[in-house]
Design a protein around this ligand. Structure first.
Ligand code: ADP
Length: 394
């Protein structure tokens, strides 16, 4: 008979009754229990153990599930992610996870491939307003123009601007059945599939969701969207380096991150912090490269370049950190206008701005292929099939 409410506090109290194989302390006081999150009837548990024996870990996971089901709530859906201390070379082999429900429908804190999606690229900036969404939509549109299958997940809960920039404001996502599984149909514009947190909230309202709530919603949007087959899925992350980033980048097999910054000193300091976040051990998302936005302004071609935010700061940062420099985007009135109008400027025929994005998207793909060749396919998916995508064939 269940006698307690399914809360984090009650779960921790109950788990004090269990100890890990070979240890006298219980899993709470010994630090094996690292993390507990409760969303409705769903429980996510993170463990860190020093004994790598699979049997011991599986036994512990079964014990945890049993005691929560018997002492607290018999229908709790429990997801356990277990990491082993002294990481093995391949992080996948040191992780295991168990679940009391089908892993296909689960919201999980462990990286999981999205069916049909070849490469996931996170676009990040530690600072708001530096042009992260502008870069995301223009890169996506540029690659779609070249024949790639592209999607954007707009995860910027503080200011989802992708719907406006891609002219799908007010889109109401519908449910569809794909092989008897319920999915959400994304919007599609200029050949790019789009899912945005903005479809579920009013665009003029800042979404002040608590971290776990936002993470849960984003996870659902990622895994429940009917993306179909994609060569690239761009993630437009919220600015900063908070909990939402951690849970997103840990939940997804992200191939690489692009960092966007202006050359201004304050922005560069934040960019360094953002880069560190991706590079820390528990995340280990390779950085594909840096993009300098708002690099300079030039009223017309014969004018001198005006380095409004300072000159080449991002280029220097990439040299300093030995990270690829993917390119610079000057300040263009036409780029701002195109964003406001809802038609990415990269779709224009042979304009200065479209050429800039053609070159940067080519660099992104080259670096992504290089990254997949040079680094082992740990938690990331490998590019396998990029049929029809001429950006890659060049
Ligand atoms: P973020 O996603 O980092 O918050 P946005 O992409 O929304 O930033 O850009 C903020 C504003 O700056 C938008 O109005 C956008 O149109 C404009 N903007 C961004 N980059 C440029 C650029 N290179 N030239 C002109 N305007 C730009």
């Amino acid at each position: 008979m269940n006698s307690m409410e399914l809360t984090k506090k009650n779960i921790i109290k109950t788990l004090e009754k269990i100890s890990f194989s070979g240890e006298t302390d219980n899993i709470v006081s010994s630090g094996v229990l690292q993390n507990v999150q409760v969303f409705g009837d769903q429980v996510d548990i993170g463990l860190l153990v020093s004994n790598p024996a699979l049997q011991a870990r599986k036994r512990l996971e079964v014990d945890i599930m049993k005691i929560i089901h018997s002492d607290i709530y018999e229908k709790a859906k429990i997801k356990i992610t277990c990491k082993v201390e002294n990481k093995a070379k391949n992080p996948e082999s040191s992780d295991s996870s168990s679940s009391s429900e089908s892993s296909d429908t689960n919201i999980t804190s462990q990286a999981k491939k999205i069916s049909g999606v070849d490469s996931i690229i996170a676009v990040s900036s530690a600072k708001g307003g530096v042009g992260k969404s502008t870069i995301t939509v223009n890169l996506a549109a540029s690659l779609a123009k070249k024949g790639c299958k592209v999607g954007i997940l707009d995860a910027d809960i503080y200011g989802p601007s992708v719907p406006t920039m891609m002219d799908v404001e007010g889109y109401v996502p519908k449910a569809v059945k794909i092989n008897d599984v319920s999915k959400i149909e994304p919007a599609e514009s200029y050949g790019v599939k789009i899912m945005s947190i903005g479809f579920f909230t009013k665009l003029d309202q800042a979404v002040v969701w608590r971290g776990p709530m936002a993470s849960k919603a984003l996870n659902q949007m990622i895994f429940d969207t009917n993306w179909g087959d994609l060569d690239f899925l761009f993630l437009d992350l919220p600015p900063g380096t908070g909990d939402i980033h951690l849970s997103l980048v840990q939940a997804l097999p992200i191939n690489g991150a692009i960092i966007v910054s202006t050359p201004q000193n304050v922005a560069l300091a934040d960019a360094r912090r953002g880069i560190k976040m991706f590079q820390q051990d528990s995340i280990s998302v390779p950085i594909i490269g840096l993009i300098e936005n708002m690099a300079y302004f030039q009223a017309d071609e014969s004018d001198e370049k005006n380095y409004i935010f300072g000159e080449a700061g991002v280029k220097y940062l990439s040299k300093d950190l030995n990270i690829e420099f993917l390119g610079e985007v000057p300040i263009y009135k036409s780029l701002r206008e195109a964003s406001d109008f809802g038609r990415p400027a990269s779709l224009q025929e042979s304009t200065d701005v479209s050429k800039v994005f053609d070159n940067i998207s080519k660099s992104v793909v080259e670096q992504l292929l290089k990254r997949n060749k040079d680094l082992p396919p740990t938690k990331v998916v490998e590019i396998t099939n990029l049929v029809g995508c001429s950006a890659i064939k060049k």
